[in-house]
Design a binder for this molecule. Structure first.
Ligand code: ADP
Ligand code: MG
Length: 229
């Protein structure tokens, strides 16, 4: 049975630190059902980005299990993980990293092409997603012609291009003013429901947490239920 959820089960991650090890994630367990958005808050350096990196299969934990859309990634080799990332995981980093020479539509299309899809449905899907993020009329603009908020919307649409099961978002509103930040949160919450992704969103900005189905706090690598919302 395939379920489009994300499960972290008792995940511990350490990094080398001088003579010892620094514990970035300490026995973290998290179950994110499909179609729901979990917000992750916590002080800087507490392990939030490490949690996303493990969920994204970019970093292998010391122990514990990561299950993406029903698939335990433990036994997968690097090539299989790269394929899983392309096909099942959408990643939105803080900085959009759009390709300067491509227009908005092409930023999305290139994602499908990397997965070996080149049919006419690709353009149609790209246009549908640009509509969903309110950028249908910006399809032929290049990144330098877009505002910061618009670039972040392209970033989000691009992450959804391959119909991921899991959507991982790291501080998407940190470079935006409050109003644009609220709009991006609203958009992510809506897309999560519409597209049924298991979404994990790291944010500094507690004012947007009302849009999340659940909020957890990470502190010194330990995850707890957020009591203050
Ligand atoms: P956050 O995103 O909450 O600010 P991070 O997950 O980036 O926190 O970092 C958690 C801890 O792990 C910090 O102490 C950070 O310095 C450390 N850390 C993060 N990435 C690495 C790395 N690649 N190598 C060594 N230490 C790291
Ligand atoms: Mg971080």
């Amino acid at each position: 049975m395939t379920t489009n959820n994300l499960v972290l089960d008792d995940v511990t991650l350490t990094y080398p630190d001088g003579d010892g090890r620094l514990t970035a994630l300490d026995a973290v367990s998290l179950d994110v059902p499909a179609g729901t958005l979990t917000a992750v808050v916590g002080p800087s350096g507490s392990g939030k980005s490490s949690l996303l990196a493990v969920a994204a299969t970019l970093v292998t934990p010391d122990s514990g299990r990561v299950v993406v859309a029903g698939e335990d990634i433990g036994p997968l080799d690097q090539a299989a993980k790269a394929r899983l990332r392309r096909e099942r995981i959408g990643i939105v980093f803080q900085q959009p990293n759009l390709l300067p020479s491509l227009n908005t539509l092409e930023q999305l299309e290139v994602m499908a092409h990397l997965s070996g899809r080149k049919d006419g449905a690709v353009r149609e899907r790209a246009m549908t997603l640009l509509g969903a993020v309110g950028l249908a009329d910006q399809a032929h603009k290049r990144p330098h012609q877009l505002s910061g908020g618009q670039r972040q919307r392209v970033n989000i649409a691009r992450a959804l291009m391959n119909e991921p099961s899991v959507l991982l978002v790291d501080e998407p509103t940190s470079a935006l003013d409050h109003e644009r930040g609220a709009a991006v949160m609203e958009l992510l919450a809506g897309l999560t429901r519409e597209r049924g992704t298991a979404t994990v969103l790291v944010t500094h900005d507690r004012t947007h947490l009302g849009r999340a189905d659940r909020t957890v706090t990470v502190r010194d690598g330990r995850l707890t239920e957020d009591a203050s919302v």
